[in-house]
Design a protein around this ligand. Structure first.
Ligand SMILES: Nc1ncnc2c1ncn2[C@@H]1O[C@H](COP(=O)(O)OP(=O)(O)OP(=O)(O)O)[C@@H](O)[C@H]1O
Ligand SMILES: [Mg+2]
Length: 268
């Protein structure tokens, strides 16, 4: 991450996403307000179909909102063309998809290296880091396997490695533990915490209560198309909730109701 990226903020205001299906309009997101400074992390929970993946796709500039504004690193996305969006994604955003989207003809390590090389890194540097992160994900022995030769959980771990090796400004992880066991989930928590300490803003969408309990950051609930602060118990027995301002870490949490809660948390 360069100094120029240091002020990379995520600012969503009134994000709305509707889909038309069979003559009906479904309003999945109905005014999402969310603000993340570099190094902030939130989890988004919500029932199946609540719109978590839809939200992450918008935040990752893979989809455009029906209304509302999204600024990434000071740039309003609605003013950017597809090519500029793709460049912004490539440079700043890492995404762990719910369905992994690995390139089937490339090996695990090649899949991981690809975005870093496209973003301008040398092959050797990218490979060195890829091997470290794949080792962290306990995949040393699978680096030359193609996705079709990997289990679901192994594919998911490759997708995680791919999303993190470029140290993106914004990491979006959609059900990152859907197919992995507890030990890998614990490693993932450590990996994400390492990233967000180094300045990456992280948004994790998950159903996994146990995962959320291991993170010590705000948990938001997506219900009826709006993000609400919620309370999550944390490992030290404390309570971390953006609506009550209690925290087990130095910092400040503020929630404002303005059409939907604006969540802002500063690490001290
Ligand atoms: N392209 C689309 N066209 C029509 N409806 C869509 C489209 N994409 C998503 N939806 C609808 O939007 C709603 C939210 O979907 P989304 O995938 O965001 O949910 P989710 O919270 O991620 O669920 P899960 O926990 O099951 O992954 C669903 O009801 C889905 O059917
Ligand atoms: Mg989903």
């Amino acid at each position: 991450m360069s100094d120029a990226d240091a002020a990379f903020e995520v600012v969503a205001e009134g994000l709305w996403r509707s889909f038309s299906k069979g003559g009906r309009t479904i309003d999945v997101l109905r005014g999402i307000d969310l603000r993340l400074d570099p190094g902030e992390q939130v989890s988004v929970m919500g029932r199946s179909g609540a719109g978590k993946s839809t939200l992450l796709h918008l935040l990752g500039a893979l989809d455009r909102p029906s209304a509302g504004s999204l600024r990434l690193g000071g740039r309003e996305l609605s003013s950017l063309g597809d090519r500029e969006l793709s460049a912004l994604r490539c440079r700043h955003v890492g995404m762990v998809f719910q369905f992994h989207h690995l390139l089937p003809e490339f090996t695990a390590v090649e899949n991981v290296i690809m975005p870093a090389v496209v973003a301008g890194e040398t092959f050797e540097d990218a490979r060195e880091r890829a091997l470290r992160v794949l080792g962290e994900m306990e995949l040393d022995h699978r680096i030359d396997h193609r996705p079709g030769e990997l289990s679901g959980g192994e594919q998911q771990r490759v997708a995680i490695a791919r999303a993190v090796i470029s140290k993106p400004n914004l990491l979006l992880a959609d059900e990152p533990t859907g197919n992995v066991d507890d030990r890998i989930a614990y490693r993932l928590v450590r990996l994400f915490e390492e990233l967000h300490r180094s300045g990456t803003a992280v948004v994790v969408a998950t159903h996994n209560d146990a995962l959320v309990r291991r993170f010590s950051h705000p948990v938001l609930t997506l219900t009826d198309g709006i993000l609400y602060p919620s309370i999550a118990p944390v490992d030290n027995g404390g309570c971390l909730g953006v609506d009550i301002g209690a925290t087990n870490r130095p910092g400040q949490i503020k929630a404002e109701a303005a059409g939907g809660p604006v969540v802002r948390r500063k690490l001290g």
